[in-house]
Write a protein that binds this ligand. Sequence first.
Ligand code: SF4
Length: 167
Amino acid sequence: MQYQERKAQANLGKHVTYHQESCPKATQDVHENTKNRNWTIDNFGYGPMNPDFPSDEFWEKKADIFNTSIEEAKSTRCGNCAAFDQTWKVMCCIGKGIGTDEEPYVDPRKVIMKANIGYCQLFKFKCAGDRTCDAWVHGGPITDECLPQKEYNQEGSNEYVMEQVNG
Ligand code: SF4
């Protein structure tokens, strides 16, 4: 296992078989990811840019779509969208895409956890759990609880290890 793969450990405490060729392109290519993200901003109102800001106008627009309250609109986030993929396989891909061989080494686990990153299966980019878009789908996120674990736990040459982040 290469050093950056170790550095690219995503989270929690399981061994996962990682197959780079099966990773979504946007998890490995920042230009592809940004292109798809920007398209989603323009066409489906992905945002807000900084979820820590009040962004009143943004949330008012979201509330207007469903003719509901801003409070309810704010409860609809990527983090609980049914298109938000946080399965082991995808998290390994995201970690691999963030990892680097060059110093200073980046620990992708911290990036992933700070931003609560997942992969949007509708628009094919890495999205942040605190953002949202007009196509939000109730019932998410996608996790391994609804997928067979066996596929990701087989030993292989591209084994990839996900470990608990401490701090
Ligand atoms: S479809 Fe869901 S996961 Fe994708 S950007 Fe919209 S809210 Fe986020």
